[in-house]
Design a protein. Structure first.
Length: 134
C-alpha cells in the first residue's frame, strides 16, 4: 500500500482570464519567449515553523504571475514543478531522533516555456464542475 499527496492551486479569475498556464502544449499559434526556471528555497524550524517559506502556492500565485507580467508573456506552457516538503511522519521522527534545534530544508522549483500568442487565443472552455461565467 502506498500514500500519495496532491497539491492544487486555483488562480483568481482575473489571472485565469489573462494568462494561459498549461502543463502541456497549446494548439494556438505562438512565439516562444524562452524558457524559465524559478527556484525558491526555504526552511522550517524544528520541522513545523516556516522561517523562510517555499511552497507551490507562493510560487504559482506570486512568482510565476510576476514573471509573466514582467516578460509580457501571454502564458507559460509545458510547466513542470517539484516541491520538497517534509511529511508529518518525517517531522515527528526527526523530533525524537535529534536533540536541540534543527532546520529542515524545503524547496520548490518550476520550469516552463514563456509564450506570446501570434493571434488571439480561442476562449478557454470551462473546467469540469465549473459553470460558465464562474
Amino acid at each position: 500500500a502506498g500514500c500519495a499527496a496532491q497539491s492544487s492551486y486555483v488562480y483568481p479569475r482575473e489571472i485565469q482570464e489573462r494568462y494561459t498556464i498549461l502543463t502541456g502544449d497549446t494548439n494556438q499559434p505562438y512565439q516562444s519567449l524562452g524558457y524559465v526556471q524559478l527556484l525558491k528555497k526555504g526552511f522550517d524550524l524544528m520541522g513545523f515553523i516556516s522561517v523562510v517559506d517555499a511552497d507551490l502556492e507562493a510560487m504559482f500565485g506570486d512568482e510565476l504571475v510576476r514573471v509573466l507580467r514582467e516578460s509580457g508573456a501571454d502564458g507559460i506552457i509545458n510547466v513542470q514543478f517539484r516541491e520538497r516538503q517534509w511529511t508529518p511522519g518525517e517531522r515527528i521522527g526527526l523530533l525524537f531522533t535529534i536533540v536541540g534545534i534543527f532546520w529542515l530544508p524545503t524547496q520548490v522549483e518550476l520550469t516552463g516555456e514563456l509564450i506570446r500568442y501570434t493571434q488571439a487565443p480561442a476562449p478557454m472552455a470551462p473546467q469540469p464542475g465549473m459553470a460558465p461565467g464562474q
